[in-house]
Design a protein around this ligand. Structure first.
Ligand SMILES: Nc1ncnc2c1ncn2[C@@H]1O[C@H](COP(=O)(O)OP(=O)(O)O)[C@@H](O)[C@H]1O
Ligand SMILES: Nc1ccn([C@H]2C[C@H](O)[C@@H](COP(=O)(O)OP(=O)(O)O)O2)c(=O)n1
Ligand SMILES: [Mg+2]
Length: 207
């Protein structure tokens, strides 16, 4: 094994030994990633890791990076992958699971390349929730979760970042045949029917 690979294996410890299944859940802000992930968790036994939620928890914890993260989120910018990947790795380790929905990550090429390099993990596939901006804007403005970035000024910046930085990541995986595109402009239940078809009955939790 080469030195880089060996170092990564050490850094990941038992995680890589489990050969985890990772599904990246992508889509614009307000496309319904978090909502659908909650449904997938209930039906298919995945652990849901939202990069945004992990970053917001890091702000709340009073960590030394908190102020930097808070300022970037307020500006709709993407936090350096070093910070986000550490939080994801820790959450993966702590979950004890080996099936993960990674929601809102990778959001740019830097996120994507660094995750692959650091963890050695390739996603099984990528869910892409496609939704028109007008609908995403309506949803964000009525989300009511008290988020500092759900205001029209920041929302416009987030849409720009999505088009310029996140869509290229989706195109990268599309070229590898890994993208499962879903029309996310429909009601929650209808979107989930399509999602279920992708995860398939063979993956459903028996209970
Ligand atoms: N298919 C849908 N139709 C209408 N509203 C939705 C739909 N999916 C999610 N929502 C609502 O839109 C808002 C954004 O959804 P969320 O899951 O937080 O999106 P994301 O994580 O992609 O930003 C939430 O208030 C949620 O309840
Ligand atoms: N990989 C990521 C994911 C989110 N962030 C930051 C920047 C994003 O605008 C905010 C909010 O992300 P989050 O996924 O919670 O937002 P939405 O659910 O798409 O509305 O967090 C990041 O810097 N890097
Ligand atoms: Mg979300």
């Amino acid at each position: 094994m080469g030195t880089v690979e060996a170092a990564n294996k050490d850094a990941n410890g038992s995680l890589l030994e489990k050969n985890p299944t990772v599904v990246f859940v992508l889509g614009g802000p307000g496309s319904g990633k978090g909502t659908q992930c909650a449904n997938i968790v209930e039906n298919f036994g995945y652990t849901h890791l939202s990069a945004g939620d992990l970053l917001r928890a890091e702000i709340k914890s009073g960590s030394e990076n908190g102020t930097m993260i808070q300022n970037m989120i307020k500006e709709g910018k993407i936090v350096p992958s070093e910070v986000t990947i550490k939080l994801l790795q820790k959450a993966m380790q702590e979950s004890g699971n080996d099936k993960f929905l990674i929601d809102g990550f990778p959001r740019n090429e830097e996120n994507r390349a660094a995750f692959e390099k650091v963890t050695g993990i390739e996603p099984a596939f990528v869910l892409f929730f496609e939704c028109p901006e007008e609908e995403m804007e309506r949803r964000l403005l009525s989300r009511n979760q008290g988020r500092e970035d759900d205001n029209i000024e920041t929302i416009r910046k987030r849409f720009k970042v999505f088009l310029e930085s996140s869509l290229p990541v989706i195109n990268y995986y599309d070229a590898k045949g890994k993208v499962r595109k879903i029309d996310a402009a429909r009601p929650i239940e209808e979107v989930f029917e399509t999602v279920k078809g992708i995860f398939g009955p063979k993956n459903e939790k028996a209970d």
